[in-house]
Design a protein around this ligand. Sequence first.
Ligand code: SF4
Length: 459
Amino acid sequence: MCGIIGVENNENASVLASAGLITLQHRGEESAGITISGKKKMKTFKAMGLVSRIFNEEILLNKLPGTAAIGHVRYTTSSKSSLTNAQPFQINCIHDNISVAHNGNITNFPKIKEMLLKKGAIFSHTSDTEILLHLIAMSKGNLADIVANSLRKLEGAFSLVILKDKTLIGARDENGFRPLVLGKIDNSYIIASESAAIEVIGGKYIRDIKPAEIIVIENGQIKKSFLYKTPKKQNTCIFEQVYFSRPDSVMFDQTVKEARVKMGECLACQMKNIKADVVVPVPDTGYFAALGFSRESNILFENGFVRNHYVGRSFIKPSQSLRDLTAKLKLRPIKEVVKDKEIVLIDDSIVRGTTSKRIINMLKETGSKKIHFALSCPPIISSCYYGIDTSSKDHLIAANHSVEEIRKYLDVDSLTFLSLNNLIKACSFGNKKDNVFCTACFTGKYPTRISKNTYKKSC
Ligand code: SF4
């Protein structure tokens, strides 16, 4: 999972890009980078760590002057985590300086890389995004044609921002797997992974970039917008609304918060026979679903956990006891809320089951009487090939165990998953068409060809 942003025609381009990246920080915490151009020679600054630690006033105002910028935050666990793979990737080629930031996973990466290697290409990263740079460098024509010709060769998931001089390009794959939106602030256009990143910096969300659309922006004007190939049926990742995206971002004409509240309402309808004293969310993504559940069921909503936001992802976990300590540092039940209570506990999903088990154990140790565990999505039975690291099938608990087996393992009084129909219903406000979402991790039905050679990474 990654987050991207592009800003053009603005004297504060690097500051706005940096603020947008902070808003998108939840999409990747490992590295961040900004490319700036439009005034002096194109320049890219990137480092490992959080955006706010990398981009201070000195760097933004003195080292990154320019009127157009693209930025990237990166998260990965399966491909190499290093500064070499941090984005944006800036190259100097026959078309001068070009920089690219990518969210997604190019599934035919190995095939194209092999073809490029045979032609003499030299690779310096292990990221799939690098093949796009080679394809761009080898193409001929104007910038829009070069990008279109290159993207036609790619398969899989890619939302992109591309920068050359003062020209900002946004592009999305033909399925529209990852989100990408267009907005405006004064005389500047902004392209970002989520609408919240546009609104936080004072801009206005205009619309989504369409699947297979390339949009070319220069000097505060949309110079060109076209489809580089006939788009497929839209298959936007439904998991964005369950877990990844910010609650205040707009997707399919409603906020993600509204979708999550509806997921909770639907869960309450599925669990009509359950009686409980209190509905408790697992922070933070279970919050709005628990609110919806409470409203629909008239069971009291309470925050039953304190979440510590200062425990880094890299906190050392070499042994079981230290892993338990990390879990307790991150999340601690509030005794007054959960002791002697029958609880409906709401989380977004179960992947391996180990985190859920720890949270449930904590509630039991604190004295909860009964626990009904409810998830705001169906069981995850298949891996994602479109940019999300959802573990291999062997490690997905629901791929290998029945709901009853998982209930016994978690040792809860009941276990309920939101049905796929209800999930689609909750996410579909204002868009009644079928096949708008990819739901492959719940169904195993992938919208694109998947084989043993299909590339899979986690950004
Ligand atoms: S497989 Fe799952 S996580 Fe991946 S794009 Fe599809 S819905 Fe999203």
